[in-house]
Design a protein around this ligand. Structure first.
Ligand code: HEM
Length: 473
């Protein structure tokens, strides 16, 4: 069935003065002198911190769009913080945050639900610790490295698409996760990783963990682990299983390691020495590797799943993409525009955050020092002054036009911009057209899939459910 239906947030966002045009004056934003004060951001949602956190866990998008009716920046109560958490959706506010020195507005990732799972790593560290780790990791995500990953992306895509059959509906995210897990595992552990029993075991445990992490129990576990450095409750058990598998891989590789012999990320990290000549500890390696494996595949897999969730409910876009892919002629860059548009309407990471250490001006309002200040990526992507008719999936809006620097933020920005952005884009550019080329997909339910909030990500509630009606090799 190929009919369009309204976006799930449409009803809430389109009533009232939602997503009004940008302020007529350029809104000033940025750090203020200590002690500065001003009007607070308008409060939204339920004043009780637990109730509001539960509402956000149940329907993040709905709560965000409802809050946006109060203005460019608004605040809400949260279990994460006794102070109101402030959220902005204005590009100039975002620019001020991304331009700020890291010690004035450090990332909140270290205080997010992923902290007890990942420990201290490039994603969760701040200050010097972050700078040092990021420098260490950067070479593995530069252009040359990405070119090396290309062959694995193509092989993994072919291998998994070969298993598809026609007729039975399935969640596309299951396939895309298998592909992106293969890609990141080979980047991290080397192309021959499938041969080692320890690595096969790790892969199995990672996939099981992801399966466990959907559903109401996982959301409860997430609430239990809010603002903790170490996991508690069922999450503790899950992390312990991941650890056992990861430490087994590290031990096996340490035992067989020859300096300079391997070019995968673990090989490079095993060769790293600090100023005193000491190698990274097992714990440091565990945290970095787990960060790459978890941050590096589910995000990309769900971005691909969302792309098809939207495409298959927008017949004109679906038809045009099929034409350009199958003809091999895409002079206008429709594939790139489709990927860009899908990450606009369904950013897999809908919010990112910084802790402002000093008072922060956001146009008319002032955020008190030491507050959590979030960037509402999802809201910013639905501003109708930047993206007219924002709830419409319309790749053509990006034909011949690249998104503005602070107007399209699926990968965040500033010194914390996603380390794997180039790899993720390469995966999307290879996997999306290969699926379009090989499969005629349909959806049996034309209603949009409900966005489900899992840890820091927003994923399609039914995994991007599709049915293949025809397949070609
Ligand atoms: C479509 C796929 C992806 C999306 C949407 C995404 C999104 C993000 C976002 C929003 C951030 C936070 C940026 C900020 O706070 O300003 C981030 C950080 C990060 N991402 Fe990604 N990501 C994706 C794929 C990947 C991949 C493939 C990898 C690694 C292989 C990766 C590794 C990381 C790391 C290590 C960080 C922390 C960077 C830092 O704090 O310095 N991500 N990502």
């Amino acid at each position: 069935m190929r009919r369009g239906r309204p976006d799930p947030w449409y009803a809430r966002a389109s009533t009232g003065a939602a997503l009004d045009p940008v302020l007529p004056e350029p809104s000033l934003a940025g750090p203020l002198e200590p002690g500065s004060t001003g009007p607070a951001a308008p409060a939204t949602g339920h004043p009780n911190r637990l109730r509001q956190s539960l509402r956000i866990t149940a329907d993040l998008g709905g709560e965000l769009f409802a809050g946006a009716r109060r203005g460019e920046a608004f605040s809400f109560a949260s279990l994460l913080d006794p102070k109101p958490v402030v959220l902005t959706r204005h590009p100039e506010h975002v620019r001020s945050l991304f331009a700020a020195p890291p010690d004035v507005a450090p990332s909140l990732a270290g205080e997010s639900p992923v902290r007890p799972i990942l420990g201290l790593s490039v994603l969760t560290a701040v200050g010097d610790q972050h700078r040092r780790r990021r420098k260490l990791m950067m070479p593995s995500f530069h252009g040359d490295a990405i070119a090396r990953y290309r062959a694995e992306i193509e092989t993994a895509t072919r291998r998994h698409l070969d298993r598809w059959t026609t007729g039975t509906p399935f969640p596309l995210a299951a396939t895309t996760q298998a592909i992106t897990l293969d890609v990141i595992m080979s980047g991290v552990f080397g192309i021959d990783h499938r041969a080692a029993p320890e690595e096969a075991r790790l892969r199995h445990v990672v996939r099981q963990t992801l399966r466990l992490s959907v559903g109401p129990l996982a959301q409860l576990a997430e609430l239990l682990n809010l603002d903790r450095e170490e996991s508690v409750g069922p999450q503790r058990w899950i992390v312990a299983r991941l650890d056992t598998a990861m430490y087994a891989v590290i031990a096996a590789r340490r035992a067989a390691h020859e300096p300079g012999a391997r070019h995968d990320i673990l090989g490079l990290l095993l060769d790293v020495r600090d100023e005193d000549g000491a190698p990274l500890s097992d714990l440091e390696l565990r945290n970095e590797l787990l960060t790459l494996v978890l941050a590096g595949h589910e995000t990309t897999a769900n971005s691909i799943a969302w792309t098809f969730e939207r495409l298959l409910r927008t017949p004109a876009a679906d038809d045009r993409l099929r034409d350009v892919v199958r003809s091999g002629e895409d002079p206008d860059g429709y594939l790139e525009a489709t990927i860009t548009e899908s990450m606009r309407v369904r950013p897999v990471v809908p919010l990112i955050g910084r802790r402002v250490r000093v008072p922060w001006r956001l146009g008319e309002v002032v955020v008190p020092p030491d507050s959590r200040l979030l960037v509402g990526i999802l809201l910013l992507h639905h501003r109708d002054d930047i993206y007219p008719d924002p709830f419409r999936f319309a790749p053509e809006r990006f034909l011949g036009r690249k998104p503005g620097a602070h107007e399209w933020l699926p990968f965040g920005g500033g010194t914390r911009r996603c380390l794997g952005a180039a790899l993720a884009m390469e995966e999307l550019r290879i996997v999306v057209p290969e699926i379009v080329r090989r499969a005629d997909l349909v959806v049996d339910d034309p209603a949009p899939e409900r966005p489900v909030h899992r840890n820091v990500t927003m994923i399609p509630g039914r995994g991007g459910r599709v049915r293949a009606v025809a397949l070609r090799r």
